[in-house]
Write a protein that binds this ligand. Structure first.
Ligand SMILES: Nc1nc2c(c(=O)[nH]1)N[C@H]1C(S)=C(S)[C@@H](COP(=O)(O)O)O[C@H]1N2
Ligand SMILES: [Mo]
Length: 219
């Protein structure tokens, strides 16, 4: 995959870097095949996939927590607090296990690395459960979050993230199937060992790498 190779493994390409190198990539828009994982088709619209209703979330009371396995909080940010952290803009391709892929989606938010750094501690364990309003949860390894691979995103395509797409804040882990990109994110809880979240306990793959077609348990 071109974007990955050009950007150190799975690291998210910074939006500015991407724009500045675009000239060297020439016709990559005409040759998207190398960017579409096996079994996926391209879509230009943005489907909404939610296991339940879109929660109503008030920014006045909203916060995002990072929790130690013993559930002790090691960080918490209000909406203003989150916006006050250094932001990152990325342009990435996303891949849903229901087989749509969408190229060049633009997001803004705070990287996992920046949040963890702001806690002033190293990762307490190697696995995280992303917890959401509305009971959804998904597991992600620290290896799949760190090194610029994941964003806590609050803007999409230059606008505040729409509620149906996970606003105010969602996780964005674009190198894994999109079910890992938890909408309405409220906490990142470090867990002692990898354990399934919502879809992962309903037969979906524990990791979900679209390039390996890790769709279902056992793939
Ligand atoms: N909280 C929450 N996050 C979620 C989901 C959900 O049902 N609830 N669905 C997941 C799935 S299966 C996909 S494909 C994407 C869909 O995101 P979208 O609706 O913005 O396209 O969100 C993921 N994150
Ligand atoms: Mo999905």
């Amino acid at each position: 995959m071109q974007q990955r190779e050009a950007n150190n493994g799975d690291r998210l390409p910074l939006f500015e870097d991407d724009m500045s190198t675009r000239g060297f990539r020439g016709k990559r828009r005409d040759a998207p095949s190398g960017r579409v994982p096996p079994g996926q088709y391209l879509t230009s619209d943005f489907p909404v996939l939610s296991a339940g209703p879109t929660p109503r979330i008030s920014l006045d009371t909203w916060s995002l927590a990072i929790e130690h396995p013993a559930r002790r909080e090691i960080g918490r940010w209000t909406w203003e607090g989150l916006l006050g952290l250094p932001a990152t803009e990325v342009k990435v391709d996303i891949h849903c296990v229901t087989k749509w892929s969408k190229l060049d989606t633009r997001w803004k938010g705070v990287t996992f690395d920046t949040l963890l750094e702001a806690t002033g501690q190293p990762a307490p364990t190697q696995f995280v459960m992303a917890l959401c309003d509305g009971d959804y949860a998904t597991n992600v390894s620290v290896a799949d979050l760190e090194g610029g691979k994941a964003l806590v995103a609050y803007a999409y395509d230059g606008q505040p993230l729409a509620p149906e797409h996970g606003g105010p804040v969602r996780l964005l882990v674009p190198h894994l199937y999109f079910w890992k990109s938890a909408k309405w994110l409220r906490a990142l809880r470090f867990i002692p060992a990898d354990s399934p979240g919502f879809w992962e306990s309903h037969g979906y793959h524990i990791r979900g790498d679209p390039w390996k077609q890790e769709r279902y348990e056992g793939d």
